[in-house]
Design a protein around this ligand. Structure first.
Ligand code: ZN
Length: 469
């Protein structure tokens, strides 16, 4: 068919579709582009612990449709790992980066402990710039699977060493504690420039390549705990903008992975308000990426989650005003209670009661205060507190006893959503295995056919292990 004829047919088809559909349906905000066009770049967004309930809770908390809701292409992904029906972030991110199933805890290796090549390897081979952005430590499981290979996610020193030696052009997040002076010197010798606060990030992002941002010793602060004007840590949105500026300079093609990493942490901690806020902050990143993708015209945007967390449930009693009124995470409140009150029960109880009223407008009775203070260990204190407060707000989680016995400490095995926009987006419709996603991205970008033909189910499993389904 000639081009002009093709165009006329297309116009007529669109007009007809508009007449049929347009009356009842609003036009999607980010429509899928025609398949004939190839994307040059890809932005791959992963919400850690961002399952269907987290999405809905974010929407309720925002009180309006999310940017995600306007995306035309919406599928779902199966998440099981070789360990079983419930994956951890390391196994899931290995699937999302490399297209293979592996055991929980493993970074970038398949079920036989062989190095699994990533979608970033394929992108780098094609001359594209690559980068990772996260609200967790840059050495944490999800980002690590895009540049490192390790038999255990806990090997963050070795993972940091691999980051420093990697071909990435950008790595932004927390995790400064894994970058002592000696390692930073090596990073510098490898061309990395270091930034450690949001002002420096803004300046250095304009100067180009090899930008390493370490904004907290551990994870970047929860959105709920940010310190207003005095905040020195950039938001996930600011980091994403900076990374896009660096990667896309001079019209280069690039692949960027952005992780909303702390939705999961709030889920583990049973902190409904912090979880909702992290979900909404992640959606703000989605909105910005979609906006910039639309202006660029040739970016593929793919969004998914590694798994859901906490077995969260929205009950009839949900109190959206209370949820929206929350002014701190339970972790922050507990840290405040702990500091300066030693081991004396009464001052701690008084501080806890006061802060619960101030930060959440929640009244704790004497039994609840006792349960929080007498829980064993700082993490258990904060989780017990969050569990009680979330329950009062009408959001349920696993029972604390049930969660304690779990290897993933509270992930759940439900399918996760997949969204896509831009050229190539239509490949992400329907239900797929999470291992199929990187191959579909490579196919859309036209990256070396055969590097991985992962539009098929997982290729490798450990001896004696069969896929769950
Ligand atoms: Zn988790």
């Amino acid at each position: 068919m000639k081009r002009s004829q093709h165009l006329i047919t297309l116009v007529l088809a669109v007009a007809a579709a508009t007449i049929v559909v347009g009356v009842t349906l609003a036009a999607p905000i980010a429509a899928a582009a025609p398949e004939s066009k190839r994307p040059r770049s890809v932005v791959y967004l992963i919400g850690d612990g961002f399952g269907p309930v987290q999405v809905t809770l974010g929407r309720l908390y925002a009180g309006k449709a999310l940017a995600l809701d306007g995306m035309a292409v919406h599928g779902s992904a199966r998440t099981y790992s070789l360990t079983g029906a419930v994956t951890d972030s390391a196994a899931a991110a290995t699937s999302l980066a490399s297209g293979v199933k592996t055991h929980n805890g493993v970074i970038g290796q398949d079920g036989d402990k062989g190095e699994a090549p990533t979608v970033f390897d394929a992108a780098e081979r094609a001359g594209m710039a690559t980068g990772v952005v996260t609200s967790t430590r840059v050495t944490h499981a999800t980002p690590a699977c895009f540049y490192a290979h390790a038999r255990n996610r806990g090997m963050e020193n070795q993972i940091a060493e691999q980051l420093v030696g990697s071909d990435l052009e950008v790595a932004l997040g927390g995790g400064a504690r894994f970058f002592p002076a000696e390692r930073l010197a090596k990073a510098k010798a490898n061309g990395w420039r270091l930034v450690q606060d949001r002002k420096a990030l803004r300046v250095e992002a304009k100067r180009g390549d090899k930008l390493l941002g370490l904004f907290n010793d551990s994870h970047v602060r929860y959105g709920l705990d940010r310190r207003g004007e005095d905040e020195t840590e950039p938001t996930l949105l600011e980091m994403t903008d900076a990374a896009l500026d660096v990667l896309g300079k001079d019209g280069r093609a690039f692949a960027l992975m952005v992780e909303g990493g702390r939705i999961d942490h709030a889920g583990h901690a049973h902190d409904a308000a912090a979880m909702a806020r992290e979900a909404v902050d992640f959606d703000a990143v989605v909105a910005r990426v979609l906006q910039r993708a639309e202006a660029a015209g040739d970016w593929l945007v793919v969004i998914t989650a590694d798994h859901a967390t906490g077995n969260a449930g929205i009950s009839e009693r949900i109190d959206l005003e209370a949820l929206r009124g929350a002014r701190a995470s339970a972790e922050e409140v507990w840290n405040n209670v702990r500091r300066g009150h030693g081991d004396d029960y009464e001052p701690k109880a008084a501080a806890l009661t006061k802060l619960a009223a101030e930060r959440w407008s929640v009244e704790l009775d004497a039994d609840e205060v006792r349960a929080v203070i007498e829980a064993k260990g700082r993490y258990e204190n904060a989780t017990t507190l969050a569990h009680i407060v979330s329950e009062k707000m009408g959001v349920a989680f696993f029972t604390l006893d049930e969660q304690r016995g779990q290897l993933t400490h509270g992930h759940d095995g439900v399918d996760v959503p997949v969204w896509a926009a831009g050229p190539g987006a239509a490949r992400f419709n329907g239900n797929m295995n999470n291992t199929e996603i990187p191959g579909r991205i490579e196919a859309a970008l036209g990256l070396g056919a055969g590097a991985r033909s992962s539009e098929t189910p997982p290729r490798r499993t450990a001896p004696g292990k069969r896929p769950v389904y």
